[in-house]
Structures are given as structure tokens and as C-alpha cells.
Ligand binder design. Structure first.
Ligand SMILES: Nc1nc2c(ncn2[C@@H]2O[C@H](COP(=O)(O)OP(=O)(O)OP(=O)(O)O)[C@@H](O)[C@H]2O)c(=O)[nH]1
Ligand SMILES: [Mg+2]
Length: 525
């Protein structure tokens, strides 16, 4: 036929299937691919045009975890020519042949000398040993990060931020890559070849999690998962996961579960077998695998029919909580204490600044501040004092991030709306990390989307202690912000003065408005 013919053979030497196809096109039986073992089959096929094992042959060997792969050249008269064979190498092998070892070409009668059985058991033993050491030392999921660069100016920063998110979620990042693609592939985003490369990386670095900086569609995620055998999550899922981890109190928990469920719904529908994986994590909010944690009782172990019920239930509960919150807000706005809302990018130092303002050095007034993204999910208010103004209320709230997932904005709307009740916004910027400008813009964009335009705003350029002096000077000029260090308690007085000015101005405007209204009423009568 002059076509490639292949036979899949099991360990007892039985022919499992015969295909007229190259290695990639060969039908393999359902592989009982346990984590730590090979497939239990090898492929023996012909190369009618001669030649050594092709790239496709070798990647099939690797991706299917075959026991071995062999190609027999076919001579003109149909007799067998040289035999080319290869097998996998143990994980962690470095050097030229990272994933496989190619044996020297042999004559057909020589291949009997090759003891495939011994080779396979040695290799499986090696893989199992690697797995045991891994289990022993592993308390973090090991992750590979992928950020597709489509020519954005901040692609590098996005990858950096993805790393921070992964770290906050408890992953150990073992490899990260910025992949330049002008055009994305519909199915796999970055193409099959790149996925193969990443699969190989994961094999050697012992990673089991692949995190994408782009949002993946349901079909994409499944396709990438099938191609790599890795657990695949995207940035949105990662952020939702962190929110789930940090959610405390009834409202935040409801909000997070609502956001997760809305995100998951289209992905669960039609997911089939996938469903079991999503439900697999479970455990308390603190436990479970990344991408599967949930604050709700159901931990996403929902069947499709119950999703809508659960969504409706959550929405109802949440609107109840929001209504009560609304009551509280009304009560508060009746007294005339100025409210200053602290907003800003996540990890900018908002909570630290709140602590500095209110001298909350010791518990229990101290609010949680830590080097984790989205440490604060629940708005927290503290009374403070500003010279010349008197009592004020500072409100610390959930941090922002560029491309805040829509499901989260929706679910956290009531929390975010509280920002609008403030008299003054205090926008905290981390001046010490690169990309302060981009983050400042991202925050302004989100504020705009929420409808908070033209609110009087004071900018605090925080982490001045760690910032590059030139950048700090530039930011002061660009934003008119006040350099401070919340951590070192520096610049706080100057910042309070700026806030006092802003509050005084707002109060003057308010007085003028009342005056005008009164004048109008008097004139009317
Ligand atoms: N060097 C330095 N680090 C600071 C300063 N202010 C805050 N940090 C650190 O920045 C990290 C984040 O601080 P948080 O106050 O939790 O930040 P946040 O804006 O409330 O963050 P989220 O609530 O997670 O959005 C912590 O590790 C702080 O110690 C500062 O002035 N200088
Ligand atoms: Mg905070």
C-alpha cells in the first residue's frame, strides 16, 4: 500500500489494534495511564519511505506515555530495513534528549536482543521513585504560568502579576513563559506544538497545574487539558479561587460563591466527565486544590440541574444582606462625619495605611494587612481624627486589579457601591512596583465603570520607602499625589493635611449648595 501501518502491542505481546496511519493517526486503546506508570503498550509501525523516527512519532511516544515506539523502514522489495526505536527517559532528565532516548538503528534480526520488558520496568520504577520523593516534599501545587503576548505594552507585568496571584493562591511557580502570538488559535490558544513543549516542561519540572493569563473558554480549557494531561485554569479562576480562600463573613462568602457559579455555569454545561474533576477539590475553604475551592456548602459539587436553583438562592440571600447593609448606610449618612474611602490596586497598602491612620498598632483594631493579593474582601470602617476636621470615618475595601473578572464585579457590586457613599476617595498607589501608571489607570477605569466619576480624590503614593526616587518624583508630578510610607509611618501628616483640604472643600461646596437651595426656596415664596 505504501502507507504506514502500525500495530499496538501490549506487554504480553498481544496485538491490540492495527491501523493504517502514521503514529499520530494511530488509534490507541483507552490508556489506563496512572500517574506513575507507562501506558502498557508499544507501537510498532512501518516507514515505507524509510527514515528515522519523526517528530510526530516521538511526540506520540511522549504524550501517550507509550512503553516504546519503533519504526521499521521498508525496502523496495517489501523486506524490512533498519529498525528505529525509542523510549521515554525518567522525569528530570536533562541534556539533549530530554524526553526520550533514541536507540541506535538496528537490523531487524537484532531487535530481539533488546529487552523491552526490563527497560519498561526500570523506567516505571524510576518514575515511581520520583513520584514518591515528590509526594514527600510537596506541600504546594507546582504550576507553570503562561501569558500570551499579543503586543500589549504590559504583557511582562501581566505575567509578573499572574505569578503573584498564583503565589497568593498557594502555588509554587516552577516555570513561566511569555508566548508571543499575534493570532490566537481557536482551539488551543497557543497551538499544539507549544502545548507539547509545555507538557514536556511539566514532566521534567514535576508540575501538574497550567495557569493561563488569558481567560479560556470552556472548550479551550478542555482541549488544552486533553492535549497536556495537566490541570488547566485561567486567571479568572485563579482570582475567584483567592477570593474563595479569603472570604470571611456571610456576605463575602455569598458573593464569592455567586461569582464562581456564574463563571462555572457555562463551563459545567456540556462538560461531561469534566464535572467530576471540578467537584473533586472540595474541603474547607482553606483546603482543596487550586481552582476548586469554594466557600459555599456545596463546594461546586453541583449537578447541572441544581446550578440554577443555587444561583437563584444565592441571589436572593445576597439581596437580603444588601438590603440590611443599605439600612445601615442610610443610618450612617444621617450623621455628618465625613467618610473617606480608601481605594486602590490590590496589595497597594490600603489596609496598612488604614492602620497607620488610626494608630491601630495593636489588636483588635488592627485590620489584616499582608503581602497577598485580595487580603481584604470585606469593607472595614474605622474612626479616625484629622486636625482641623475632627472625626472622620476611613473605609478600607476590596482591592482592584486590571481586567477585574466581570462575574466578580457583578457579585461584589453592593460592596463596591459603598465606595460611592464616601465624601472623599483616597487612592493608594504602590509607587515601589513597576507599572504604577498602568495600575493607577486600571483603578480609575474601574471607578469609572462603577459610575464614580468626579469624586474628589486624593492620591497617596505609598511604599515611598521602597520606591525609586526618580520614579517617585515623576509620579508626584504626574498625579499630584503625596508620597507616604504606610509601613514606616512617614508622610502621614502631610497626607492628612491634603485630606483635610479636600474635606474642607467638599464641606464648603455642600454649604454653598444648601445656601443656594434655601435662597431658591425663599425667592419662590
Ligand atoms: N515597603 C513598604 N511596604 C508596604 C507599605 N505599605 C504596605 N506595605 C506592604 O504591602 C503589602 C500589602 O499591604 P496591604 O495593606 O495588605 O495592601 P492592601 O492594599 O490592603 O491589599 P489587599 O487588601 O490585598 O487589596 C504588605 O506586605 C505590606 O506590609 C509601605 O509603605 N512600604
Ligand atoms: Mg487590604
Amino acid at each position: 500500500m505504501r502507507r504506514e501501518v502500525g500495530v499496538v502491542i501490549d506487554r504480553r505481546g498481544r496485538v491490540i489494534s492495527v491501523s493504517v496511519a502514521d503514529a499520530k493517526g494511530t488509534e490507541f486503546p483507552d490508556l489506563r495511564m496512572g500517574e506513575n506508570r507507562l501506558a502498557g503498550f508499544h507501537l510498532l509501525h512501518t516507514h515505507p519511505k524509510g527514515g528515522a523516527l519523526s517528530k510526530g512519532d516521538l511526540s506520540t511516544l511522549f504524550l501517550k506515555r507509550l512503553d516504546a515506539m519503533a519504526a521499521i523502514e521498508v525496502q523496495h522489495d517489501g523486506r524490512p530495513g533498519l529498525v528505529h526505536a525509542a523510549h521515554l527517559t525518567p522525569p528530570g532528565t536533562v541534556g539533549e534528549e530530554e524526553d526520550w532516548r533514541i536507540l541506535p538503528p538496528a537490523q531487524p534480526f537484532e531487535i530481539d536482543e533488546f529487552d523491552l520488558g526490563a527497560q519498561v520496568s526500570a523506567l516505571e520504577e524510576e518514575i515511581a521513585r520520583a513520584a514518591r520523593t515528590r509526594e514527600a516534599k510537596k506541600d504546594h501545587e507546582r504550576a507553570i504560568l503562561v501569558q500570551v503576548d499579543q503586543g500589549e505594552f504590559d504583557a511582562e507585568e501581566r505575567l509578573e502579576e499572574l505569578g503573584e496571584l498564583a503565589r497568593t493562591a498557594g502555588a509554587e511557580v516552577v516555570y513561566r513563559e511569555l508566548i508571543y502570538r499575534r493570532n490566537l488559535k481557536p482551539g488551543t490558544l497557543i497551538g499544539a506544538g507549544k502545548l507539547e513543549e509545555l507538557t514536556s516542561k511539566a514532566y521534567h519540572l514535576d508540575a501538574d497545574l497550567l495557569i493561563f493569563g488569558q481567560e479560556l473558554g470552556a472548550v479551550q480549557a478542555r482541549e488544552i487539558e486533553a492535549a497536556t494531561g495537566l490541570k488547566v485554569i485561567d486567571r479568572t479562576q485563579l482570582i475567584l479561587d483567592i477570593f474563595a480562600l479569603h472570604a470571611q463573613g456571610v456576605e463575602s462568602r455569598l458573593q464569592v460563591e455567586l461569582a464562581q457559579l456564574r463563571y462555572m455555569k457555562p463551563r459545567l454545561l456540556g462538560a461531561g466527565a469534566q464535572l467530576s474533576r471540578i467537584g473533586g477539590g472540595g474541603g474547607s475553604a482553606g483546603g482543596g486544590a487550586i481552582g476548586t475551592r469554594g466557600p459555599g456548602e456545596t463546594k461546586l459539587e453541583l449537578d447541572r440541574r441544581r446550578i440554577n436553583d443555587r444561583l437563584a438562592f444565592l441571589e436572593k440571600q445576597l439581596s437580603g444582606v444588601s438590603a440590611r447593609r443599605e439600612e445601615l448606610r442610610k443610618g450612617r449618612s444621617r450623621n455628618d462625619i465625613p467618610v473617606i474611602s480608601i481605594v486602590g490596586y490590590t496589595n497597594a497598602g490600603k489596609s496598612t495605611l488604614l492602620n497607620a491612620f488610626t494608630h491601630a498598632a495593636e489588636e483588635p483594631r488592627r485590620v489584616l494587612a499582608e503581602n497577598k493579593l485580595f487580603a481584604t474582601l470585606r469593607p472595614t470602617s474605622r474612626q479616625g481624627f484629622i486636625d482641623g476636621i475632627g472625626q472622620v470615618i476611613f473605609t478600607d475595601t476590596v482591592g482592584f486589579i486590571r481586567d477585574l473578572p466581570k462575574d466578580l464585579t457583578r457579585a461584589f457590586r453592593s460592596t463596591l457601591e459603598e465606595i460611592g457613599d464616601a465624601d472623599i476617595l483616597l487612592h493608594v498607589v504602590d509607587a515601589a512596583s513597576p507599572g504604577a501608571d498602568a495600575r493607577l489607570d486600571a483603578v480609575n477605569r474601574i471607578l469609572e465603570e462603577l459610575g464614580f466619576v468626579d469624586m474628589p480624590t486624593v492620591v497617596a503614593l505609598n511604599k515611598a520607602d521602597a520606591a525609586d526616587p526618580d520614579i517617585l518624583t515623576r509620579e508626584v508630578e504626574r498625579t499630584g499625589g503625596i508620597p507616604v510610607s504606610a509601613l514606616k509611618n512617614r508622610g502621614i501628616l502631610e497626607l492628612k493635611e491634603a485630606l483635610a483640604d479636600a474635606v474642607a472643600q467638599v464641606q464648603r461646596q455642600e454649604l454653598a449648595r444648601q445656601e443656594e437651595a434655601r435662597a431658591a426656596r425663599v425667592g419662590w415664596r
